[in-house]
Design a binder for this molecule. Structure first.
Ligand code: NAG
Ligand code: NAG
Ligand code: NAG
Length: 347
C-alpha cells in the first residue's frame, strides 16, 4: 500500500463505521427503464428514467406483502441473499448540438478495495451501535426528484465529488459528503469521474413500512455523513442501518469543452435537473432475517458471512442477472432527446 492510500484509508475509516464493520458491496445493472414501483406504481414510462439494481422480482408494481427473495430467481447484487431493489436517476451529458448521451457507470475502488460493477452502484449498510434491520415490505426515498434548489439539500447526505484520478481505485478526497464535495454536479473538464453519494435516513417511526411521500416514516438522526447516523428523534426512535449508495459516473469521454453547451452544466440527471434533484429509492428485500444477523454479527464488506448465512457471488454471476425493459425505449447512444415526457402508459 502506498502512503497516500494509507492516509486516505485512515481518514476514511475515521469517518465511516468508526464503531466497527459494515457491509459494502457491488450491484450491477438489472435494467434501465422508466418504471418506479415506489413513486409511480403500475405505470410504464414514468416521468423520468431510472437505473435499477437488485432482485429480478422487480416490476412496475411491487406488492409489499410479497417476499422478494422468494419471488426472485437472481439478484444483480453481490450477496445472494439480497434481493432488495435500489434505484436512482441516470446521468446524461448534454451536447451543445442538443443531443444527449447517457454517462456510463463504473465500479469503485478506494481504501476498502475495488468492487466490480457492470453499470449499477455500490451499496453500504453502516451500523452505528445496535440497529434494527428493515422489515419485509419496508421502502423509502431519499432526496427529491423535482427539487431545483441546491440549498434545500443537505450536502452531508447527498453530494457529488469531482474524481480527478483516471483510476477508480486511486482514492480521491476524504469521507463521503465532506470537504469540497458539492450538492451540484461538478462541471469541470478535469473530472475523470463524478462520484455521487446518497445517504438515507437512519431513524424509523417503528410502525409504518412506508408513508404517502415515502419519507415521513423515517428521519435523519443527529450527526452527519457516513457515520451510521447519531441519536434519533423521539418521533422516530428506532435506529436503522445507514444505507449509502455510491455511484461512479465516468465522464472521461465528455472532457472536451468544445462539446459543452455555452451556458449551464453539461451534466444533468434524467429529470432534466442537476444535483439538487438527485434521489435514491429503496425497497427492502433481504432473505428472512439475514440483514439483522449481518448487522448483529459484524459481517464485513462483501465477504461471505456464515453467522448471517451470507454468500458472496462471483462478479460474473451477479452481473448476469438482468431484465428486459418493460417500458421499452432507447436509452443508449446519442439521443435526440432525453427519455422523458408524455409516453404515459398504465400497466
Ligand atoms: C410483472 O407484472 C406483470 C403484470 O403487471 C406480470 O404480468 C408479470 O408476470 C410480472 N413480472 C414479474 C417478473 O413478476
Ligand atoms: C451531436 O454530436 C454527436 C457527437 O459528435 C453526434 O453523434 C450527434 O449526432 C450530434 N447530434 C446532432 C443533432 O447533430
Ligand atoms: C472511463 O472511460 C474511459 C473512456 O471511455 C475509459 O478509457 C476508461 O477505462 C473508463 N474507466 C473505467 C474505470 O471504466
Amino acid at each position: 500500500m502506498q502512503w497516500a492510500t494509507l492516509a486516505a484509508a485512515a481518514l476514511f475509516a475515521q469517518n465511516v463505521a468508526a464503531q466497527g464493520n459494515m457491509l459494502r458491496f457491488a450491484c450491477s445493472q438489472l435494467v434501465t427503464e422508466r418504471t418506479d414501483p415506489l413513486v409511480n406504481p403500475g405505470m410504464k414510462y414514468t416521468p423520468h428514467l431510472h437505473q435499477i439494481v437488485g432482485g429480478n422480482a422487480f416490476n412496475v408494481t411491487m406488492d409489499p406483502t410479497k417476499d422478494m427473495f422468494a419471488e426472485s430467481t437472481c439478484t444483480s447484487c453481490s450477496f445472494k441473499e439480497d434481493t432488495s431493489n435500489y434505484w436512482t436517476a441516470v446521468m446524461f451529458f448534454k451536447h451543445k448540438n442538443g443531443s444527449y448521451h447517457r454517462v456510463p457507470q463504473v465500479g469503485n475502488g478506494g481504501p476498502q478495495g475495488k468492487l466490480f460493477n457492470k453499470g449499477g452502484l455500490d451499496v453500504y449498510y453502516i451500523p452505528s451501535g445496535k440497529v434494527t434491520a428493515f422489515k419485509k415490505g419496508f421502502r423509502m426515498l431519499a432526496g427529491s426528484a423535482t427539487n431545483t434548489v441546491d440549498s434545500k439539500v443537505t450536502k452531508a447526505n447527498i453530494c457529488h465529488r469531482c474524481w480527478t484520478s483516471p483510476s477508480e481505485s486511486k482514492f480521491v478526497g476524504g469521507a463521503p459528503c465532506s470537504g469540497t464535495d458539492t450538492v451540484a454536479i461538478p462541471s469541470d473538464p478535469t473530472c475523470k469521474m463524478i462520484r455521487q453519494t446518497i445517504i438515507f435516513p437512519t431513524c424509523w417511526d417503528g410502525k409504518n413500512l412506508d408513508s404517502p411521500n415515502h419519507q415521513d416514516h423515517v428521519a435523519y438522526g443527529q450527526g452527519s455523513g457516513a457515520t451510521g447516523g447519531g441519536a434519533c428523534p423521539s418521533t422516530h426512535p428506532v435506529k436503522l442501518p445507514q444505507i449509502m449508495y455510491e455511484l461512479m459516473w465516468n465522464v472521461t469521454d465528455y472532457s472536451d469543452k468544445s462539446m459543452w453547451p455555452s451556458t449551464g452544466s453539461p451534466f444533468v440527471y434524467s429529470m432534466g435537473i442537476g444535483g439538487a434533484a438527485a434521489h435514491g429509492d429503496y425497497l427492502f428485500g433481504w432473505k428472512d432475517n439475514s440483514l439483522q444477523l449481518a448487522m448483529d454479527n459484524n459481517c464485513n464488506l462483501n465477504a461471505d458471512c456464515a453467522k448471517a448465512g451470507l454468500h458472496k457471488q462471483a462478479d460474473a454471476t451477479y452481473s448476469a442477472c438482468t431484465k428486459n425493459q418493460q417500458a421499452v425505449e432507447d436509452t443508449e447512444g446519442w439521443l435526440k432527446e432525453m427519455p422523458m415526457g408524455d409516453k404515459l402508459i398504465k400497466a
